[in-house]
Design a binder for this molecule. Sequence first.
Ligand code: NAI
Length: 342
Amino acid sequence: MSNSSLRVGIAGLGRLGKRHAEQLARHTPGAVLSAACSPVPAELEWARTELGVRRCHADYADLLADPEIDAVVLVTPTTLHADQASAALRAGKHVFVEKPLSLDVATCEAVEAVAREHPDRVAMVGFVRRFDPSYARAKAAIDAGQLGRPFLVRSQTCDQNDPEGFFVRFAPSSGGIFMDCSVHDIDLARWMLGNPKALRAFASGTIALHPGLADCGDVDNGLAIVEFEGGQRAVFYASRTMPHGHETTTEVIGSAGTVQIGHGAHADRTEFRTAAGVQHAALPDFFARFADAFRIEMEAFVAACRGEIAPPLTLSDATEATRIGQAITASLRSGQPVEIKS
Ligand code: NAI
Protein backbone atom coordinates (compact mmCIF):
# COMPACT_ATOMS: atom_id res chain seq x y z
CA MET A 1 0.00 0.00 0.00
CA SER A 2 1.27 3.46 -0.91
CA ASN A 3 0.92 6.46 1.39
CA SER A 4 0.93 9.03 -1.39
CA SER A 5 -2.27 9.97 -3.19
CA LEU A 6 -3.09 8.36 -6.52
CA ARG A 7 -2.70 11.07 -9.18
CA VAL A 8 -5.60 10.74 -11.58
CA GLY A 9 -6.10 12.24 -15.02
CA ILE A 10 -9.63 12.28 -16.40
CA ALA A 11 -10.44 12.16 -20.12
CA GLY A 12 -13.92 13.33 -21.08
CA LEU A 13 -15.76 16.09 -19.23
CA GLY A 14 -19.26 15.70 -20.63
CA ARG A 15 -22.49 14.65 -18.95
CA LEU A 16 -20.91 11.92 -16.79
CA GLY A 17 -17.25 13.02 -16.94
CA LYS A 18 -17.99 16.19 -14.95
CA ARG A 19 -19.58 14.06 -12.21
CA HIS A 20 -16.59 11.73 -12.01
CA ALA A 21 -14.24 14.72 -12.03
CA GLU A 22 -16.06 16.40 -9.14
CA GLN A 23 -16.02 13.11 -7.27
CA LEU A 24 -12.27 12.66 -7.74
CA ALA A 25 -11.45 16.27 -6.96
CA ARG A 26 -13.57 16.57 -3.82
CA HIS A 27 -14.72 13.29 -2.38
CA THR A 28 -12.44 10.35 -3.18
CA PRO A 29 -10.03 9.46 -0.36
CA GLY A 30 -6.52 8.58 -1.51
CA ALA A 31 -6.88 10.30 -4.89
CA VAL A 32 -6.08 13.69 -6.31
CA LEU A 33 -7.45 14.91 -9.64
CA SER A 34 -4.19 16.09 -11.20
CA ALA A 35 -5.09 16.46 -14.85
CA ALA A 36 -7.97 16.67 -17.29
CA CYS A 37 -8.25 16.08 -21.01
CA SER A 38 -10.89 17.22 -23.48
CA PRO A 39 -10.84 18.56 -27.02
CA VAL A 40 -13.38 21.19 -25.91
CA PRO A 41 -11.67 24.31 -24.46
CA ALA A 42 -14.72 25.28 -22.38
CA GLU A 43 -14.64 21.90 -20.63
CA LEU A 44 -10.98 22.33 -19.71
CA GLU A 45 -11.73 25.84 -18.49
CA TRP A 46 -14.44 24.36 -16.27
CA ALA A 47 -11.94 21.88 -14.80
CA ARG A 48 -9.47 24.72 -14.19
CA THR A 49 -11.85 27.17 -12.57
CA GLU A 50 -14.33 24.87 -10.82
CA LEU A 51 -11.98 22.12 -9.68
CA GLY A 52 -8.59 23.83 -9.68
CA VAL A 53 -7.06 21.32 -12.10
CA ARG A 54 -3.80 22.82 -13.32
CA ARG A 55 -2.67 20.24 -15.90
CA CYS A 56 -5.14 20.50 -18.77
CA HIS A 57 -4.57 18.70 -22.07
CA ALA A 58 -6.49 19.06 -25.31
CA ASP A 59 -4.83 15.95 -26.70
CA TYR A 60 -5.16 12.50 -25.10
CA ALA A 61 -1.56 11.60 -26.07
CA ASP A 62 -0.36 14.53 -23.95
CA LEU A 63 -2.37 13.28 -20.97
CA LEU A 64 -0.69 9.88 -21.28
CA ALA A 65 2.74 11.48 -21.61
CA ASP A 66 2.14 13.48 -18.42
CA PRO A 67 4.60 12.07 -15.86
CA GLU A 68 2.47 13.32 -12.98
CA ILE A 69 -0.38 10.90 -13.71
CA ASP A 70 -0.65 7.40 -12.21
CA ALA A 71 -4.14 6.53 -13.42
CA VAL A 72 -6.55 7.51 -16.16
CA VAL A 73 -10.35 7.67 -15.89
CA LEU A 74 -12.00 7.42 -19.30
CA VAL A 75 -15.41 9.04 -19.68
CA THR A 76 -15.12 9.61 -23.40
CA PRO A 77 -17.52 8.52 -26.17
CA THR A 78 -17.95 4.74 -26.30
CA THR A 79 -16.20 4.38 -29.66
CA LEU A 80 -12.95 5.67 -28.11
CA HIS A 81 -12.88 3.51 -24.97
CA ALA A 82 -10.97 0.48 -26.22
CA ASP A 83 -8.11 2.28 -27.97
CA GLN A 84 -7.76 4.81 -25.18
CA ALA A 85 -7.76 2.08 -22.50
CA SER A 86 -5.07 0.11 -24.33
CA ALA A 87 -2.97 3.24 -24.82
CA ALA A 88 -3.26 4.08 -21.11
CA LEU A 89 -2.04 0.61 -20.10
CA ARG A 90 0.85 0.80 -22.57
CA ALA A 91 1.79 4.18 -21.08
CA GLY A 92 2.03 2.49 -17.69
CA LYS A 93 -1.16 3.96 -16.22
CA HIS A 94 -3.95 2.25 -14.31
CA VAL A 95 -7.21 2.69 -16.18
CA PHE A 96 -10.88 3.03 -15.30
CA VAL A 97 -13.04 2.91 -18.41
CA GLU A 98 -16.74 3.71 -18.57
CA LYS A 99 -19.12 1.10 -19.96
CA PRO A 100 -19.35 -0.37 -22.51
CA LEU A 101 -15.68 -1.21 -23.15
CA SER A 102 -16.49 -1.65 -26.83
CA LEU A 103 -19.49 -2.49 -28.98
CA ASP A 104 -17.49 -5.36 -30.42
CA VAL A 105 -16.23 -8.54 -28.66
CA ALA A 106 -12.98 -8.83 -30.65
CA THR A 107 -12.06 -5.28 -29.67
CA CYS A 108 -12.79 -6.02 -25.98
CA GLU A 109 -10.56 -9.09 -26.21
CA ALA A 110 -7.77 -7.01 -27.75
CA VAL A 111 -7.86 -4.69 -24.71
CA GLU A 112 -7.79 -7.73 -22.42
CA ALA A 113 -4.66 -8.93 -24.23
CA VAL A 114 -2.96 -5.58 -23.62
CA ALA A 115 -4.00 -5.75 -19.96
CA ARG A 116 -2.40 -9.20 -19.66
CA GLU A 117 0.90 -7.63 -20.79
CA HIS A 118 0.59 -5.15 -17.91
CA PRO A 119 -0.54 -7.30 -14.97
CA ASP A 120 0.60 -4.77 -12.39
CA ARG A 121 -1.78 -2.13 -13.76
CA VAL A 122 -5.44 -2.08 -12.71
CA ALA A 123 -7.96 -2.10 -15.57
CA MET A 124 -11.54 -1.72 -14.40
CA VAL A 125 -14.78 -1.15 -16.26
CA GLY A 126 -17.58 1.05 -14.91
CA PHE A 127 -20.47 -1.26 -14.13
CA VAL A 128 -21.60 1.13 -11.44
CA ARG A 129 -24.64 -0.79 -10.26
CA ARG A 130 -22.46 -3.44 -8.62
CA PHE A 131 -21.43 -0.70 -6.16
CA ASP A 132 -24.98 0.34 -5.26
CA PRO A 133 -25.55 -0.66 -1.62
CA SER A 134 -28.91 -2.33 -2.42
CA TYR A 135 -27.51 -4.42 -5.28
CA ALA A 136 -24.48 -5.31 -3.15
CA ARG A 137 -26.76 -6.45 -0.32
CA ALA A 138 -28.81 -8.61 -2.67
CA LYS A 139 -25.65 -10.16 -4.10
CA ALA A 140 -24.33 -10.91 -0.60
CA ALA A 141 -27.62 -12.63 0.29
CA ILE A 142 -27.45 -14.73 -2.86
CA ASP A 143 -23.84 -15.68 -2.15
CA ALA A 144 -24.88 -16.67 1.37
CA GLY A 145 -27.45 -19.05 -0.13
CA GLN A 146 -30.50 -17.19 1.14
CA LEU A 147 -32.38 -17.54 -2.17
CA GLY A 148 -31.31 -21.11 -2.84
CA ARG A 149 -30.21 -21.50 -6.44
CA PRO A 150 -30.82 -18.31 -8.44
CA PHE A 151 -32.25 -19.24 -11.82
CA LEU A 152 -34.00 -16.17 -13.22
CA VAL A 153 -33.18 -12.46 -13.39
CA ARG A 154 -35.67 -9.84 -14.56
CA SER A 155 -33.99 -6.49 -14.92
CA GLN A 156 -34.92 -3.19 -16.46
CA THR A 157 -33.41 0.20 -17.15
CA CYS A 158 -36.10 2.73 -17.90
CA ASP A 159 -35.25 6.39 -18.45
CA GLN A 160 -37.57 9.32 -18.24
CA ASN A 161 -38.65 10.51 -21.65
CA ASP A 162 -36.51 13.34 -22.96
CA PRO A 163 -38.76 15.19 -25.45
CA GLU A 164 -35.65 16.81 -26.96
CA GLY A 165 -34.31 13.36 -27.79
CA PHE A 166 -30.70 13.77 -26.64
CA PHE A 167 -30.29 10.02 -26.99
CA VAL A 168 -31.55 10.07 -30.60
CA ARG A 169 -28.50 12.15 -31.55
CA PHE A 170 -26.36 9.87 -29.39
CA ALA A 171 -27.82 6.63 -30.82
CA PRO A 172 -25.48 6.18 -33.82
CA SER A 173 -22.45 5.96 -31.51
CA SER A 174 -24.05 4.44 -28.38
CA GLY A 175 -24.58 1.00 -29.94
CA GLY A 176 -28.33 1.17 -29.43
CA ILE A 177 -30.58 0.78 -26.42
CA PHE A 178 -29.34 -2.66 -25.38
CA MET A 179 -25.61 -1.82 -25.54
CA ASP A 180 -26.15 1.56 -23.93
CA CYS A 181 -28.71 0.78 -21.21
CA SER A 182 -29.20 -2.98 -20.88
CA VAL A 183 -25.46 -3.62 -20.73
CA HIS A 184 -25.78 -2.75 -17.02
CA ASP A 185 -28.64 -5.26 -16.58
CA ILE A 186 -26.67 -7.88 -18.51
CA ASP A 187 -23.72 -7.43 -16.19
CA LEU A 188 -25.98 -7.64 -13.15
CA ALA A 189 -27.62 -10.82 -14.43
CA ARG A 190 -24.24 -12.51 -14.96
CA TRP A 191 -23.11 -11.38 -11.51
CA MET A 192 -26.26 -12.47 -9.70
CA LEU A 193 -26.42 -15.82 -11.53
CA GLY A 194 -22.76 -16.65 -10.90
CA ASN A 195 -21.31 -15.92 -14.36
CA PRO A 196 -22.96 -18.73 -16.34
CA LYS A 197 -22.15 -19.13 -20.02
CA ALA A 198 -24.70 -17.40 -22.25
CA LEU A 199 -26.10 -19.61 -24.99
CA ARG A 200 -28.80 -17.77 -26.93
CA ALA A 201 -30.59 -14.43 -27.15
CA PHE A 202 -33.85 -13.23 -28.59
CA ALA A 203 -34.94 -9.60 -28.73
CA SER A 204 -37.74 -7.43 -29.95
CA GLY A 205 -38.59 -3.78 -29.62
CA THR A 206 -40.73 -0.90 -30.69
CA ILE A 207 -40.54 2.81 -31.28
CA ALA A 208 -43.19 4.48 -29.16
CA LEU A 209 -42.18 8.14 -29.27
CA HIS A 210 -38.93 8.76 -31.15
CA PRO A 211 -39.15 7.89 -34.87
CA GLY A 212 -35.65 9.31 -35.46
CA LEU A 213 -34.23 6.12 -33.96
CA ALA A 214 -35.33 4.09 -36.98
CA ASP A 215 -32.48 5.55 -39.06
CA CYS A 216 -29.92 3.62 -37.03
CA GLY A 217 -32.03 0.51 -36.40
CA ASP A 218 -32.65 1.42 -32.77
CA VAL A 219 -35.85 1.40 -30.68
CA ASP A 220 -37.01 3.38 -27.65
CA ASN A 221 -38.45 0.31 -25.91
CA GLY A 222 -36.65 -3.01 -26.12
CA LEU A 223 -37.19 -6.50 -24.70
CA ALA A 224 -34.75 -9.39 -24.60
CA ILE A 225 -34.53 -12.93 -23.28
CA VAL A 226 -31.16 -14.59 -22.71
CA GLU A 227 -30.70 -18.30 -22.08
CA PHE A 228 -27.72 -19.38 -20.01
CA GLU A 229 -26.30 -22.84 -19.54
CA GLY A 230 -27.78 -24.88 -16.70
CA GLY A 231 -31.30 -23.58 -17.30
CA GLN A 232 -30.68 -20.06 -15.96
CA ARG A 233 -32.53 -17.28 -17.79
CA ALA A 234 -32.65 -13.49 -17.90
CA VAL A 235 -35.28 -11.07 -19.16
CA PHE A 236 -34.32 -7.48 -19.91
CA TYR A 237 -36.46 -4.43 -20.59
CA ALA A 238 -35.08 -1.04 -21.56
CA SER A 239 -37.09 2.10 -22.20
CA ARG A 240 -36.37 5.73 -23.02
CA THR A 241 -39.98 6.85 -22.71
CA MET A 242 -41.08 6.71 -19.06
CA PRO A 243 -43.31 9.71 -18.27
CA HIS A 244 -42.61 9.76 -14.51
CA GLY A 245 -38.85 9.38 -14.03
CA HIS A 246 -36.01 6.89 -13.97
CA GLU A 247 -36.82 3.35 -12.90
CA THR A 248 -34.04 0.80 -12.70
CA THR A 249 -35.30 -2.38 -11.08
CA THR A 250 -34.09 -5.94 -10.81
CA GLU A 251 -35.64 -9.13 -9.47
CA VAL A 252 -33.64 -12.27 -8.83
CA ILE A 253 -35.69 -15.43 -8.48
CA GLY A 254 -34.16 -18.43 -6.75
CA SER A 255 -35.27 -21.88 -5.68
CA ALA A 256 -35.75 -20.69 -2.08
CA GLY A 257 -36.79 -17.05 -2.49
CA THR A 258 -36.64 -13.88 -4.51
CA VAL A 259 -35.18 -10.43 -4.04
CA GLN A 260 -36.38 -7.20 -5.63
CA ILE A 261 -34.08 -4.22 -5.93
CA GLY A 262 -35.16 -0.67 -6.67
CA HIS A 263 -38.87 -1.15 -7.24
CA GLY A 264 -41.05 1.93 -6.99
CA ALA A 265 -38.57 4.61 -8.15
CA HIS A 266 -39.13 6.63 -4.97
CA ALA A 267 -37.08 9.83 -4.91
CA ASP A 268 -37.29 9.95 -1.12
CA ARG A 269 -39.24 8.42 1.76
CA THR A 270 -42.34 10.61 1.59
CA GLU A 271 -45.65 9.28 0.34
CA PHE A 272 -48.83 11.32 0.26
CA ARG A 273 -52.32 9.90 0.67
CA THR A 274 -54.93 12.45 -0.44
CA ALA A 275 -58.13 12.60 -2.48
CA ALA A 276 -55.84 12.44 -5.51
CA GLY A 277 -54.63 9.01 -4.45
CA VAL A 278 -51.28 7.73 -3.16
CA GLN A 279 -48.35 9.72 -4.50
CA HIS A 280 -44.62 10.05 -4.14
CA ALA A 281 -41.95 11.86 -6.11
CA ALA A 282 -40.00 9.75 -8.62
CA LEU A 283 -36.25 9.65 -9.23
CA PRO A 284 -35.43 11.92 -12.19
CA ASP A 285 -32.43 10.09 -13.63
CA PHE A 286 -29.64 7.59 -13.08
CA PHE A 287 -27.46 10.21 -11.40
CA ALA A 288 -30.00 10.55 -8.61
CA ARG A 289 -30.51 6.78 -8.36
CA PHE A 290 -26.83 5.83 -8.36
CA ALA A 291 -25.09 8.81 -6.71
CA ASP A 292 -23.77 6.61 -3.88
CA ALA A 293 -22.76 3.89 -6.28
CA PHE A 294 -20.70 6.29 -8.42
CA ARG A 295 -18.89 7.44 -5.26
CA ILE A 296 -18.23 3.91 -4.01
CA GLU A 297 -17.16 2.76 -7.48
CA MET A 298 -14.47 5.45 -7.74
CA GLU A 299 -13.30 4.72 -4.19
CA ALA A 300 -12.94 1.06 -5.17
CA PHE A 301 -10.92 1.91 -8.29
CA VAL A 302 -8.57 4.13 -6.29
CA ALA A 303 -8.21 1.52 -3.54
CA ALA A 304 -7.40 -1.14 -6.16
CA CYS A 305 -4.74 1.10 -7.77
CA ARG A 306 -3.23 1.72 -4.32
CA GLY A 307 -3.04 -2.02 -3.75
CA GLU A 308 -5.54 -1.98 -0.90
CA ILE A 309 -8.12 -4.29 -2.53
CA ALA A 310 -8.29 -6.61 -5.52
CA PRO A 311 -10.03 -4.97 -8.51
CA PRO A 312 -13.73 -5.73 -7.93
CA LEU A 313 -14.40 -6.42 -11.60
CA THR A 314 -12.33 -7.11 -14.64
CA LEU A 315 -12.17 -6.40 -18.35
CA SER A 316 -13.49 -9.89 -19.01
CA ASP A 317 -16.76 -8.86 -17.30
CA ALA A 318 -16.96 -6.13 -19.92
CA THR A 319 -16.20 -8.54 -22.75
CA GLU A 320 -18.94 -10.94 -21.66
CA ALA A 321 -21.49 -8.13 -21.31
CA THR A 322 -20.63 -6.96 -24.81
CA ARG A 323 -20.85 -10.53 -26.14
CA ILE A 324 -24.42 -10.82 -24.83
CA GLY A 325 -25.36 -7.26 -25.77
CA GLN A 326 -24.10 -7.78 -29.30
CA ALA A 327 -26.18 -10.95 -29.69
CA ILE A 328 -29.28 -9.21 -28.35
CA THR A 329 -28.76 -6.30 -30.75
CA ALA A 330 -28.27 -8.68 -33.67
CA SER A 331 -31.51 -10.44 -32.72
CA LEU A 332 -33.39 -7.13 -32.55
CA ARG A 333 -32.22 -6.32 -36.07
CA SER A 334 -32.83 -9.78 -37.59
CA GLY A 335 -35.95 -10.76 -35.70
CA GLN A 336 -34.36 -14.18 -35.15
CA PRO A 337 -32.85 -15.88 -32.07
CA VAL A 338 -29.05 -15.56 -32.06
CA GLU A 339 -26.63 -18.23 -30.80
CA ILE A 340 -23.96 -16.78 -28.51
CA LYS A 341 -20.51 -18.14 -29.28
CA SER A 342 -17.67 -17.87 -26.78
P1 NAI B 1 -20.72 13.14 -23.47
O1 NAI B 1 -20.83 13.20 -24.94
O2 NAI B 1 -21.55 14.06 -22.64
O3 NAI B 1 -19.18 13.38 -23.06
C1 NAI B 1 -18.09 12.89 -23.81
C2 NAI B 1 -16.86 13.69 -23.42
O4 NAI B 1 -15.72 13.16 -24.09
C3 NAI B 1 -16.93 15.18 -23.79
O5 NAI B 1 -16.40 15.91 -22.73
C4 NAI B 1 -16.00 15.29 -24.99
O6 NAI B 1 -15.43 16.57 -25.11
C5 NAI B 1 -14.95 14.26 -24.60
N1 NAI B 1 -14.12 13.76 -25.69
C6 NAI B 1 -14.48 13.51 -26.98
N2 NAI B 1 -13.40 13.06 -27.66
C7 NAI B 1 -12.37 13.02 -26.79
C8 NAI B 1 -11.00 12.64 -26.88
N3 NAI B 1 -10.48 12.20 -28.03
N4 NAI B 1 -10.22 12.72 -25.77
C9 NAI B 1 -10.72 13.17 -24.61
N5 NAI B 1 -12.01 13.54 -24.45
C10 NAI B 1 -12.82 13.46 -25.53
O7 NAI B 1 -20.97 11.61 -23.05
P2 NAI B 1 -21.44 11.02 -21.63
O8 NAI B 1 -22.91 10.94 -21.57
O9 NAI B 1 -20.72 11.71 -20.54
O10 NAI B 1 -20.93 9.51 -21.78
C11 NAI B 1 -19.54 9.22 -21.78
C12 NAI B 1 -19.38 7.70 -21.60
O11 NAI B 1 -19.89 7.35 -20.33
C13 NAI B 1 -20.15 6.86 -22.63
O12 NAI B 1 -19.31 5.81 -23.05
C14 NAI B 1 -21.34 6.32 -21.88
O13 NAI B 1 -21.72 5.02 -22.31
C15 NAI B 1 -20.83 6.28 -20.46
N6 NAI B 1 -21.90 6.47 -19.48
C16 NAI B 1 -22.00 5.59 -18.45
C17 NAI B 1 -23.03 5.71 -17.53
C18 NAI B 1 -23.14 4.74 -16.41
O14 NAI B 1 -24.24 4.55 -15.89
N7 NAI B 1 -22.06 4.12 -15.99
C19 NAI B 1 -24.01 6.78 -17.62
C20 NAI B 1 -23.76 7.72 -18.71
C21 NAI B 1 -22.75 7.54 -19.60
